[in-house]
Design a protein around this ligand. Sequence first.
Ligand SMILES: *[C@@H]1O[C@H](CO)[C@@H](O)[C@H](O)[C@H]1NC(C)=O
Ligand SMILES: *[C@@H]1O[C@H](CO)[C@@H](O)[C@H](O)[C@H]1NC(C)=O
Ligand SMILES: *[C@@H]1O[C@H](CO)[C@@H](O)[C@H](O)[C@H]1NC(C)=O
Ligand SMILES: *[C@@H]1O[C@H](CO)[C@@H](O)[C@H](O)[C@H]1NC(C)=O
Ligand SMILES: *[C@@H]1O[C@H](CO)[C@@H](O)[C@H](O)[C@H]1NC(C)=O
Ligand SMILES: *[C@@H]1O[C@H](CO)[C@@H](O)[C@H](O)[C@H]1NC(C)=O
Ligand SMILES: *[C@@H]1O[C@H](CO)[C@@H](O)[C@H](O)[C@H]1NC(C)=O
Length: 924
Amino acid sequence: MKKTHVLVCLLCWFLSLLCHVSSQSSPDAPFMEKLKASLKIPSSLDWSDPDPCNWAKVGCLNNRVTRIQIGKLNVGGTLPPELRNLSELTTFEVMNNQITGPLPSLAGLSNLQEANLHNNNFSSFPSDFFTGLSSLVHVFLDYNPFEPWEIPASVTNSSSLQTFSATGANVKGRIPGIFNSDTFPQLRVLHLAMNQLEGELPNGLAGTSIESFWVNGQSLNGTIDVIQNMSSLTEVWLHGNQFSGPLPDFSMLTGLQNLSLRDNQFTGVVPASLINLKSLVVVNLTNNELQGPTPKFADNVNVDMRAGSNRFCLDDPGVACDDHVNVLLSILETVGYPQTFADNWKGNDPCNNWLGVACAQGNIVSILFPRKGLTGTISSNFAKLTSLTTLDLSGNNLTGTIPVELTTLPKLTKLDVSNNRLYGKIPSFRQNVVLVTEGNPDIGKDKVPTPDGKSPGGSSSGGGSSSGSKKSNTGTVVGSVIGGVGGLSLLALGIFLYARKGNRTSRVQSPTTVVIHPHHSGDQEGVKITVAGSSVNGGSETFSHTSSGPSDMHMVEAGNMVISIQVLRNVTNNFSQENILGRGGFGTVYKGELHDGTKIAVKRMESGVVSEKGLAEFKSEIAVLTKVRHRHLVTLLGYCLEGNERLLVYEYMPQGTLSRHLFNWKEEGLKPLEWTRRLTIALDVARGVEYLHGLAQQSFIHRDLKPSNILLGDDMRAKVADFGLVRLAPVDGKHSVETRLAGTFGYLAPEYAVTGRVTTKVDVFSFGVILMEMITGRKALDETQPEESLHLVTWFRRMHLNKETFRKAIDETIQPDEETLASISTVSELAGHCCAREPYQRPDMSHVVNVLSSLAELWKPAELDTDDEFAIDYEMSLPQVLKKWQAFENSDSSSFLASTDTTQTSIPCRPSGFADSFASADAR
Ligand SMILES: *[C@@H]1O[C@H](CO)[C@@H](O)[C@H](O)[C@H]1NC(C)=O
Ligand SMILES: *[C@@H]1O[C@H](CO)[C@@H](O)[C@H](O)[C@H]1NC(C)=O
Ligand SMILES: *[C@@H]1O[C@H](CO)[C@@H](O)[C@H](O)[C@H]1NC(C)=O
Ligand SMILES: *[C@@H]1O[C@H](CO)[C@@H](O)[C@H](O)[C@H]1NC(C)=O
Ligand SMILES: *[C@@H]1O[C@H](CO)[C@@H](O)[C@H](O)[C@H]1NC(C)=O
Ligand SMILES: *[C@@H]1O[C@H](CO)[C@@H](O)[C@H](O)[C@H]1NC(C)=O
Ligand SMILES: *[C@@H]1O[C@H](CO)[C@@H](O)[C@H](O)[C@H]1NC(C)=O
């Protein structure tokens, strides 16, 4: 042995390490030979020596290979499985080459600290890659065309990780919860951008020491609340995902320099904690739905915030929004700024068609957020809307208590918080406030026994609530309806009726249940209505079910809907010319009169004209009409299918069509409609259509709304007729059905006319045209006009551009005073909104109803006594009660009214002429 060898061996011995004689090749040689054979090593890299420790870019310690660093050297080929046998390997760098094939497992390489594999052409990632890699500090897997893979749980074996980088590496699934501070206390870089990751950011990220976090460019969603607890962050790239909800508090992120949020769906106000963040250098906000004032960042911050790409109230940075806007936005804070509102609340004027907001003279009078899917709590800031008369938060998923601040609202007359998950004491409201708290299982209880208890009922779920406890404070009326309409239909109404006996101060509440259920006998379908009420006594009571005493029951049975042709011939004077009311849809409509004087309308398709097509239409009309019942939809009383005859019998609408009153009033010797009438009619129609779209159990699309399909009663209240074209809309109500074109030119939505695709927005468009007709007194297509003003919608848009021309466009019979002009102006806005070119830009009918009802409300007698409106005199007979309900105009009782309409059917039908099995309450 030479001296030097002795020295080395001594040294080795001191280090308690094995000593190998240098003349021996490294024990790793066979594995390195495999590696050399497998890779395509360029000639520039000298790997010719028998001892791999002498190879270029390979490092050894004690004759064992510890480092292979061949990045960016034009290396091709594949990696062999024998890599696993290089048990002393600490650094493996092959990045920026063209290595292909599967990445072999490195499992068990417990000394490996760094694996730089990025920018290659690896085809797959082994699931056991991390197993036993207990020393791994940095791993770079970016930009490899791996088969989609999920981050394996075994990554937890590498608890010293500081860098996990896998951008553009086809990672799928969710970001695992294992990236938390317990498992990876030293993690600083987590780069998972441009993969196929989905789902939400895991809560585990809170409290980690991550500084650079990239997850941009994939399908991640949910809120980013967890970011607020990642206080080490300096760089956050979240852009190009589907993140939503408000931005969190940034005050703990004191080192944050680079924040990219663009191209997501963030809502809410940009928090001051972000705007004032000292460390900020770059912030990207473009293409979100951020609300409130446009933020003004410090001058040295590089801001990417393309104008108009968010929902800021004004474009100028730092300029405050209107006070009303601020209050409304603060109200959304406790429900997480839902996207629907961000989509529909545009500009700086809440009175300009904001979803669920209705104004009168520039003041917010109604907030109608029923069934908006709200979760969270009720904001006490509602109390700042001092003009508020109606607040409807029913059918949401709100928790917490009713804020006591709401009792200070001076004009509040109605608060509906039914069907939520509220609890706690109900604050004491003024006597005349109608308070509806049904369907909150824990309301009235101090504590929350079931914080996650589900609220019964929902927007359209069937079944009645019978378990909801009812509490009412003094002087309130609790009245509510929970019910679903099903087919011809089970309708269970839990109605807590307020019984009134003359004296206002001695009010008594009595529970009553109305159940309407299908009654099948043979092939006849009838509707049976049962009313059960318990007798009146003091105080609030427990809920009574339908099964209560039969002595309290009144039965109303609507009978057979099939009517013989003979009867119809008789009542229409053998379909005489004089009896013709009109021609429309697919047949002629005749007036008929039963022997007790009840008038009906008979729609007849002449025999011989019956095509298969017509028959299908006919059957569709019957099917739809028997399902759809609403006070603003023309009621089907019966039908006849005998031989070639196809007839439908409707209730008679004495005042005929709206078009008659709008366009032909002079010829027919009628008075022109006043604006208030038009408004009421518009609201009636809107409610009918809203019901069709959403309140009926399935959504229907009318497809041929026009004034000749709107009929008026003697009270000049309107109903929508002619459902011959109605097709069942897809159940989710969003997607369109491609069907053949039906409808009338002038009223057709552009997308419908061009593509034949139908959504509920087709009706919204037609409705907008009708509004324009009511405002201008001009027809949708007016052949008497010169070319450029022939098409009402186009002309109206033009006229609406400025005040002067707009005044000229108003029907000259109206002669508006200032108040009327304001009302017309609001309706014009609405009409324009309804006729927006793109279907998604048009509002829902519920929004239309909100706007119109707030306008119509203004014209009602000064102080509505809402108590009276709700009150049911217990001594009235059922038909009287029903009449009274029908007389009561209330948007959120429409499903309820729909049910009462069912009984109305029976009233004109009562004569034995064509219904033989009738018994009604007042025919006892
Ligand atoms: C190489 O490693 C694999 C997996 O750990 C093992 O099964 C095999 O026996 C090793 N080969 C040699 C020659 O040590
Ligand atoms: C990557 O590998 C695939 C097949 O494995 C091959 O078709 C492709 O050309 C390779 N790309 C590069 C840049 O080497
Ligand atoms: C390594 O990961 C596997 C799979 O998750 C796990 O079962 C094992 O306990 C881990 N080992 C260590 C030492 O963390
Ligand atoms: C997030 O996306 C997943 C599917 O990737 C979906 O199931 C989930 O409902 C979404 N969550 C939210 C809040 O949108
Ligand atoms: C974030 O931290 C706050 C206070 O530091 C804590 O209340 C909250 O629960 C944390 N959130 C998460 C998601 O960990
Ligand atoms: C963010 O905005 C800045 C400034 O406009 C821009 O330079 C940068 O490229 C943007 N970053 C991203 C990730 O979009
Ligand atoms: C209401 O919220 C609870 C708890 O967050 C949830 O389980 C339930 O599904 C929600 N209900 C509806 C109708 O959204």
